[in-house]
Design a binder for this molecule. Structure first.
Ligand SMILES: [Zn+2]
Length: 138
């Protein structure tokens, strides 16, 4: 799992927005609530492309209810360290049904679309963050 200390060391302070890119989502992957453009870390482009492709291939597009953001400089919920959203290395989906600290309602199949593509899922953490997927390695 990537830590914020690692991000600071490898990428630098989030305020510099280093390695951030506008990921123009390929037309064939633009569907449902998937945005047309995502402002994210360049390391996310490949894995996100794969996750979106998985969702389409596995016919789970209708399970993607809301896109709840990527880049956002802020502290981790309930902690003092910066969230990986601060480096554009995490995304949130279906937030209304997968609140922080609440039992996640995300289907195993949808979760697997992301974990197969190189993401860690916050839904398995001690205090679950079911909406949250972050890149598993830098
Ligand atoms: Zn998140």
């Amino acid at each position: 799992m990537i830590t914020s200390a690692q991000c600071l060391k490898v990428i630098g302070p989030p305020e510099l927005e280093k390695d951030m890119v506008v990921f123009d989502v390929p037309t064939h992957l633009e569907m449902g609530v998937i945005p047309k453009k995502v402002y994210c870390n360049k390391r996310m482009v490949g894995p996100l492309t794969q996750a979106f492709q998985n969702i389409i291939n596995r016919e789970l597009v209708t399970q993607l209810k809301t896109w709840d953001g990527c880049f956002n400089i802020r502290k981790k919920r309930g902690a003092g360290s910066p969230s990986l959203h601060s480096w554009g290395l995490a995304i949130d989906i279906n937030a209304a049904w997968n609140g922080f600290g609440k039992p996640p309602t995300m289907s195993k199949e949808l979760v697997k679309c992301f974990t197969d593509a190189g993401f860690d899922w916050g839904g398995v953490w001690g205090k679950p963050d079911g909406m949250h997927f972050q890149l598993s390695s830098l």
